[in-house]
Structure formats: C-alpha cells, structure tokens
Design a protein around this ligand. Structure first.
Ligand SMILES: Cc1cc2nc3c(=O)[nH]c(=O)nc-3n(C[C@H](O)[C@H](O)[C@H](O)COP(=O)(O)OP(=O)(O)OC[C@H]3O[C@@H](n4cnc5c(N)ncnc54)[C@H](O)[C@@H]3O)c2cc1C
Ligand SMILES: *[C@@H]1O[C@H](CO)[C@@H](O)[C@H](O)[C@H]1NC(C)=O
Ligand SMILES: *[C@@H]1O[C@H](CO)[C@@H](O)[C@H](O)[C@H]1NC(C)=O
Ligand SMILES: *[C@@H]1O[C@H](CO)[C@@H](O)[C@H](O)[C@H]1NC(C)=O
Length: 532
C-alpha cells in the first residue's frame, strides 16, 4: 500500500465540494448551450461566463460592488456571472434562466445599498447578469437627446454630453460611478433637481427586455409600463437596455461653494434656518448639507458637529451672492468662498474629486466611495426644531463614522404630482435626509453600527413623514421589510411598498401582475405580482 486512506471527514468534505463544482459546471454548460441556441450560435459564450473557480470571478464580482458589507465571505455568492456584450445576449439570458430555472440578478453600476444586484439571500442558486460591457452613449445635439445604455456610468453620460456641448447637461446623480440601469429606474436626483426635476422626469423612451425575452420600446410596452420603469425601482419589470434621455440647458458659468459651520460657530441655528430657505430659494441654487462629527478647532480634545453647505449655483458668483444676501444671509457667504467654473467641473467638484482633476476621469468609471456601510433615508415636511437637532448631535457624537446628507427639494420637484411617476416625494417635501454609518474593518462590529443607525432612525420618528414614513427606493433598506422566497405575498411587500411609492404601490403591483405574472424579475424588495 503506498498511500493511506484519508480520514472520513476530509473525504466527505472533498466529495461535497467536488459535487458542488460539478453541478455548478453543469449549470454553466447548460446555460452556455442555451445561449447559443437562443442567440448567436457561433458566439464564444464560454469566454463571458465566470465561475467561482476562475480567478477573474472574484475580480469581476468585487469590481462593481459598492457596499463591501455585501461581499463578506458569509454572504451568498452567484453560481456564475455572465457579461453580455450585445442586447440579444441579455434577451437570451432571460430566456435561459427561465428555461433552466435559475434565479437571475441584474447589475449595472453595483451601487445598490443592500447589494441586491449581486446577492440573493432568498434563493439559491442564483446568477448575475453584469451589464458592464453594455455602455454605449449616443448624444444628439440637434434634438437635445441621447440614447444611453444601462452599463454606462452616469459620469460617462455627463462626459459624452459635455464633449458635444458644454451648455447641455442631464439632471441625475452626484456620484459619477452610478450605473445608468439601476440609477434611473429609482428616480435619480442630483444638483439640477430643483431646476429640472429627476432623471426619470427627463426620460423620453426606453428599451427593455421583458419576462419573455422580448425587447420593447415605449410604444410596444405601452404607457403604463413606461410609467412603472421611471421610478418603480430596479429589478422588477424587466432588464433595461437603453434609456432615451432629454438633455437640459446649463449656463456656461456655474458657481460652487462649500462653507462649513461647527457647533461653536452657531451651526444649529444656521441649519434650522436652512430648512426654511433651501426648499424655497431660487431654483438655480442647490445647497445640500453634509453633517458629521469632527475635532473642535478651538479645543483639540473635544468633538463637535460640522455642517458643510455644499452647493452648485447655475449662474455667476455675482448673482449667487445677491441671492444669498436676500435669502440666506445667516450663512455669511463671501466672494472668496465662491468658485466660478463650468457645469462639467461642478460635477467633479460635487463628486469630491480634487480641484484640478480633468473631466476625462469620468471615462474611467472610478468609484469615489467604496466602504462597508448601512444607510437609511427620511423625508421632512416641517422644519425640525432646534431641540430636535441638539438631540441628533448627541447621537452622532457616539458613533465612529456617522454621516448625514440633507438634500433640498422644492422648485421643479414640486411641480409634479405624486402620481406623475412612481416617485411620490414631491410637493410639500422640504428635504430628504440620508443617514449613513461607515466602517472599514470588515465584519467586525457590524451589529453595533447597524444597531446605532436603527436607534437613530427611531429617534427621528417625530420629525419626519408619517403614515407612511417615506423612504427613497434608490436608498434600498431591507430593515423596511423583505419579500420571502414566496414573494407572491403582497402583505410582506406592503411594508416597504408604501414607504417607497405611497399610493403608487398599488398601481405598480397591478402593472407587475400584468407584465410579469410569473415573477421572473424578483428580489428581496421587488414589486410582487398578485396571485393569479
Ligand atoms: C456612493 C453612492 C452615491 C449615490 N448617489 C446618488 C445620487 O446622487 N442620486 C441618486 O438618486 N442616487 C444615488 N445613489 C443611489 C443609487 O441611485 C442607487 O443605488 C441605484 O440603484 C444605483 O444603480 P446601479 O446601476 O449603480 O446599481 P445596481 O446595484 O447595479 O442596481 C440597483 C438595482 O437595480 C437593478 N438593476 C440594475 N440594472 C438594471 C437594469 N439594467 N434593468 C433593470 N434593473 C436593473 C438591480 O438588480 C438592483 O435591484 C448613490 C449610491 C451610492 C452607493
Ligand atoms: C476641552 O474639552 C474637554 C472635553 O470636553 C474639557 O474637559 C476641557 O476643559 C476643554 N478645555 C478647554 C481649554 O476649554
Ligand atoms: C404645493 O403645495 C402648496 C401647499 O399645499 C400649494 O400652495 C402649491 O400651489 C403647490 N404647488 C404646486 C406646484 O402644486
Ligand atoms: C405563498 O403566499 C401565498 C399568499 O400569501 C399563499 O397563499 C401560499 O400558500 C404561499 N405558498 C407557499 C409555498 O408558502
């Protein structure tokens, strides 16, 4: 005898991992075969399917995952990742996932706060269709429109518009690595929202792959479904391939500033005033507030709260100073605080790139934010009293890396009715709050941070919208409820459904029931069809 028989436990271990690999391999092979049968017979699909035993699997999975919390080893991983390079490949992947009975997730930019585009906690096995190769952008300055493909980042869209015209823009997100596919489906707000509304308010047409693998444009899908995909959230109605967007005029000179006030500098009073001003001021002015603890300048052993007024004004500094003098003198803005620039550079400024960064950085699709985090959102309709703010400061001071971002509404946002699109947070909304807890040490203390943010959320209850307590669908929050595997349950979904969509939720359910009765497109918070 040359070798010893392995002890039993190892044997079983080997066998079970081996059989797992085999079944994964079989699944992958069947999928590739099916793609060939349903698309281009000669396309080398095997080179675009990545399984966990290939080193590139992890690179691809990780590259677009913005919340590192969703990449932890304990979090379920896809059976394989497929990266289509043509629209027809997406059609084939929908058909094949149905045929083989494997659950599919779709990823565009990977910014989902709960990682729903690449993690399924409710179904195994699942696969990921990663649209990273589908990033076409065709800008037409004759009609001021553009066709943009789902895998493109919003930064690439801004850049391609700027390449053709420096006085055209598109009103969408501030973070330039957002994927067009997931971002626009949930609303898409940014610095132009008070002047032009949301991304979804400026969409003219779309191409989507439906539950039968067919490509539909606006005419073919009909106005109901076209309404649903403009704010009803990603991953519920089909795979978006292309959006046709409406470009909006931006002036040749815009002005940006960031002014920070700490508690010692009267931050509480100024912020209280901001609540009364920011939603009603000139709609060319977008001034958000970034709130976080910091070391006090006057006493290095003391922590304070800083409020940073981070703004873009569509116009020259001279005009901005007049607007501020009349509406918000409390901030004490001076000419020295203001920086005149172009709209494309204001995009870089607000995204947090260093001052002299060339716009070409937008073509690299580089994320500026990649962390472990848990986030939540709220909408405010009445100013929070100073005592409420003071209680908030106490809570921020006890957390490691807390962050809040307050985004002003009003202006154009109020001109849409609650049911014009599924996005219902319109007239009467003063601003939106985003709460974040960020950490950098992997799985350590996750429970502590999550617990902190939940308590903070409880504390805020009296100050924010009620019945329902509204939330932004693009700031996905699984605390608000999860569709279980049996996601035909309308009751489960109504937990988050009314918060994200208010009265529009019922209409979304009705449309979902008509267009995807078998619930092909589903995840923890997808719109459920009613049982047939
Ligand atoms: C750092 C950071 C900054 C942000 N800043 C903003 C901001 O300024 N403004 C704002 O409005 N939001 C912002 N968000 C939220 C962002 O809009 C959402 O996370 C959005 O869903 C991201 O889209 P994605 O394609 O990058 O994400 P993904 O994770 O790829 O997708 C999100 C969801 O949409 C689905 N989906 C993806 N692609 C498609 C498709 N082609 N068809 C159908 N469904 C699809 C996914 O399955 C998933 O359910 C920010 C998020 C992060 C992490
Ligand atoms: C600085 O802050 C610490 C902690 O709050 C306090 O104990 C100390 O007295 C302060 N020092 C001064 C000079 O104010
Ligand atoms: C918004 O609501 C206010 C208060 O209810 C109302 O006076 C105003 O006319 C509304 N604005 C729009 C554009 O509907
Ligand atoms: C799924 O939910 C529906 C509605 O709540 C229920 O009727 C059905 O029995 C459930 N199915 C399973 C398998 O639990």
């Amino acid at each position: 005898m040359v070798s010893q028989i392995s002890p039993l436990p190892i044997c079983i271990l080997l066998l079970s991992t081996l059989s797992l690999q085999v079944s994964s391999l079989l699944l992958q092979e069947s999928f590739v075969q099916c793609l060939n049968m349903n698309s281009d017979r000669t396309y080398p699909f095997h080179t675009t399917v990545y399984t966990p035993n290939q080193p590139s699997f992890k690179t691809i999975l990780d590259s677009l995952a913005m919340n590192l919390r969703c990449l932890a080893p304990s979090v379920p991983k896809p059976e394989f990742i497929f990266t289509p390079s043509q629209d027809s490949h997406v059609q084939a992947s929908v058909i094949c996932s149905k045929k083989l009975g494997i659950h599919l997730r779709v990823r565009s930019g990977g910014h989902d706060y709960e990682g729903l585009s690449y993690v399924s906690e409710i179904e195994t096995p699942f696969i990921v269709i990663d649209l990273i190769k589908l990033r076409g952008i065709n800008v037409d300055t004759k009609t001021n429109t553009a066709w943009v493909q789902s895998g493109a980042t919003i930064g690439e869209v801004y850049y391609k518009i700027y390449e053709k015209s420096s006085i055209l823009g598109y009103p969408a997100g501030l973070c330039t690595s957002l994927g067009v596919g997931g971002h626009i489906t949930g609303g898409a707000y940014g610095t132009l929202m008070r002047k032009y509304g949301l991304g979804v308010d400026n969409v003219l047409d779309a191409l989507i792959v439906d539950a039968n693998g067919k490509i539909l444009d606006r005419k073919a899908m009909g106005e109901e479904l076209f309404w649903a995909i403009r704010g009803g959230g990603g991953g519920s109605f089909g795979v978006l391939l292309w959006w046709k967007i409406k470009l909006v005029p931006v002036p040749p000179t815009v002005t940006v500033f960031t002014v920070t006030k700490s508690l010692e500098q009267g931050a509480t009073k100024i912020l209280h005033r901001w609540q009364e001003v920011a939603p009603f001021v000139d709609e060319n002015l977008f001034v958000r507030v970034i709130i976080q603890p910091a070391t006090s300048v006057t006493n290095k052993t003391q922590r304070t709260i800083t409020t940073s007024y981070n703004a873009v004004f569509l116009g020259e500094a001279r005009t901005l100073l007049q607007v501020m003098k009349t509406s918000f003198p409390e901030l004490g803005l001076t000419r020295k605080d203001c920086q005149e620039t172009s709209w494309i550079k204001s995009v870089l400024y607000i995204a947090g790139f260093p001052n002299d960064t060339p716009p070409e950085i937008l073509l690299k699709g580089k994320p500026t934010f990649k962390n472990f985090f848990k986030a939540k959102s709220d909408f405010v309709r009445e100013p929070i009293p100073e005592t409420g703010l003071e209680g908030l400061w106490q809570r921020l001071l006890i957390e490691d890396i807390p962050l809040m971002i307050w985004t002003p509404y009003g202006g154009k946002m109020s001109e849409f009715s609650e049911s014009d699109s599924p996005f219902p947070h319109r007239n009467g909304t003063l601003y939106k709050i985003q709460y974040l807890s960020i950490w950098q040490e992997g799985e350590k203390d996750v429970a502590k941070h999550v617990d902190w943010i939940r308590k903070l959320y409880n504390y805020m209850t009296p100050y924010v919208t009620k019945f329902p307590r509204e939330a932004y669908v693009n700031y996905r929050d699984l605390d608000l409820g999860i569709n279980s595997k049996n996601s035909t349950s309308y009751i489960e979904a109504s937990g988050w459904g009314y918060r994200y969509f208010k009265g529009n939720f019922d209409k979304l359910v009705k449309i979902k029931t008509r267009v995807d009765p078998e619930n092909v497109f589903r995840h923890e918070q997808s719109i459920p069809p009613l049982p047939i």
